[in-house]
Design a protein around this ligand. Structure first.
Ligand SMILES: *Cc1c(COP(=O)(O)O)cnc(C)c1O
Length: 435
């Protein structure tokens, strides 16, 4: 590492405590100070380029410094940067909410603005609990899937099931319970898991406010994937047992799974849908909880009945973020993004055929624009993902494996040539760590 990068790194480490990081790692593992970005590329202070194969933590879809999004934000900046959303409103929030209602599954008719993914999950959990309470039922238990991830604030962490993030905070969590996620992408696995869900609902539906799922792909849980039949089945069962279904589409929304929303694969409409990440094209923190008129109406009454949802965040519905989201949706409207992605994901999976002969590869799976390669034969203490991460960086690709799961989740603007490079570097990396 040469001068500029090193200087930035030292200055950083004097004052910044980084997310999801054992800071001591940076005694040996260099930080990458990013100076600029364009398209799928990130550039550091020494002029090295990296393909952002993980979309900067799954948020970016149309590349860094996208002209359409940049221009929309710049125009908004000179018009209105922010205003509170209680008692006041603004055009970007109104237009965006209409577009979201039109594009999400039928039945989702109200948009509650929040400002990041975890907070959207918190709001959905509170709304669900409060809905039942307003209807005279006290249900304070939340159901979720094993291996799930819904964010890291206390409520969101409670419904998650990734040990590494959750175990330490166990005494702080709200009441939660997990049912087994389908073990693979087969329809049989979906059916088996639905039986488990029904057993729990049969016994405990009176206590359960909502069942929250990451539809089709469990992201932080290692890009674990399952069949849409599970979603259709879960929709029927939750309705039958008066339990809300929360579809957490924070990662899967806006085309990641091959359709605009993961719920579209199963043609279901949940009671709540949480959206964030790609909503703003990966530019700014914004999230929404979408819900039904039925839920909305349960809170609608005279003030003195005290049933209102009194939840708020300072940056709720920020106009700059809404403008970025509007530009993002405009790109979808003016291009056949989903169709192009379908070709790209097919190309990616074809290129991965040569990986299946590597002895340390256990499984290759794909759902839309998310492709994962699961390795085998490593202890978690070997930190095999970190080794591949380090290698890939030296080759100009940003991969950020989840333990022994190497995955690609690139911005949709990635070219075929860049796909080739991303895959080649992963291939060499996986070969390199073979024992
Ligand atoms: C990232 C993520 C969250 C949390 O969003 P943050 O903005 O990081 O708080 C919640 N649910 C899912 C499925 C996610 O992938």
């Amino acid at each position: 590492m040469s001068n500029q990068n090193t200087k930035m790194m030292q200055r950083d480490l004097e004052v910044i405590w980084h997310p999801c990081t054992q800071m001591k790692d940076h005694e040996t593992l260099p930080l990458v100070p990013v100076k600029s970005g364009k398209g799928v590329y990130l550039y550091d202070f020494d002029g090295n380029a990296y393909i952002d194969a993980v979309s900067s933590w799954w948020v970016n879809i149309f590349g860094h410094a996208n002209e359409t999004i940049n221009n929309r934000i710049k125009a908004q900046l000179d018009t209105l940067e922010h205003v509170l959303l209680a008692g006041f409103t603004h055009e970007p929030a109104i237009e965006l909410a209409h577009k979201l209602v039109n594009m999400t599954p039928k039945g989702l008719e109200k948009v509650f603005y929040v400002d990041n993914g975890s907070s959207a999950v918190e709001a959905a959990l509170k709304m669900s609990y409060h809905y039942h309470l307003n209807r005279g039922k006290r249900k304070a238990l939340f159901l979720s899937l094993t291996n799930s991830y819904h964010g890291e604030t206390i409520g969101a962490l409670s419904v998650g099931d990734v040990e590494l993030y959750k175990d330490t905070y166990e005494p702080l969590l709200i009441a939660n319970m997990q049912v087994p996620v389908p073990k693979d992408q087969s329809i049989e696995a979906a059916k088996e898991a639905l039986q488990g869900l029904e057993e729990v609902l049969k016994e405990k539906a009176d206590e359960i406010a909502a069942f929250i799922v990451e539809p089709l792909i469990q992201g932080a849980g290692g890009m674990h994937m399952y069949h849409p039949a599970y979603l259709s089945g879960a929709r029927v069962l939750t309705q039958q047992y008066d339990v809300h279904l929360i579809a957490d589409e924070i990662m899967t929304g806006f085309g990641r799974t091959g359709k605009m929303f993961a719920c579209d694969h199963a043609e279901i409409s949940p009671d709540f849908m949480t959206l964030s990440k790609a909503l703003t094209g990966g530019y700014l923190a914004l999230s929404v909880v979408m819900t039904t008129n039925d839920v909305y109406q349960a809170f609608y009454c005279d003030y003195n009945e005290y049933k209102a949802f009194l939840h708020s965040h300072s940056y709720t519905g920020n106009p700059l973020a809404c403008a970025a989201a509007l530009a993002t949706l405009e790109i979808f409207e003016q291009n056949d993004i989903i169709g192009e992605n379908e070709k790209k994901s097919r190309y990616i999976i074809e290129q991965l055929e040569k990986f299946s002969v590597l002895l340390n590869v256990k499984e290759i799976r794909q759902q839309g624009m998310v492709t994962a390669i699961e390795l085998k034969g490593y202890e978690s203490t070997e930190r095999i993902g970190v080794k591949i991460y380090e290698y890939a960086l030296t080759q100009g690709v940003l991969l950020r494996p989840l333990g022994h799961i190497i995955y690609f989740m690139p911005p949709y603007v990635i070219s075929y040539k860049e796909i080739d490079k991303m895959i080649e570097v992963a291939y060499e990396g996986i070969k390199k760590v073979a024992k």
